[in-house]
Design a binder for this molecule. Sequence first.
Ligand code: ZN
Length: 107
Amino acid sequence: MIKVFEDFDIALVGHYQSVLESQDIPTFMKNQFGTSGAGELPFVEVIPQLWVLNESDVDRARALINELGQPDKGKLSQAWTCAECGTPQEAAFTHCWKCSAARPEDA
Ligand SMILES: [Zn+2]
């Protein structure tokens, strides 16, 4: 099994699971009952995770999840370009690695 997505929003994880299943991608959700224990268990134990059963489906599953996007975090998964110096940035960076300008809100 390969993990393709995780989020504390179980509704979102469940939504992605149903989308993947509708595309004939077998999935498995971990920790779907874990949120009630949040605060007592380590972070990694309770965050709902979406896994695909077959490695051959991983690329397709990730592409689907990417397409769907995440309402609040979608922009964090996209590469961006520094508005100050025009340097291309990795998605994970919150500040330009070259000139330290903050990532624009609408990037
Ligand atoms: Zn810059």
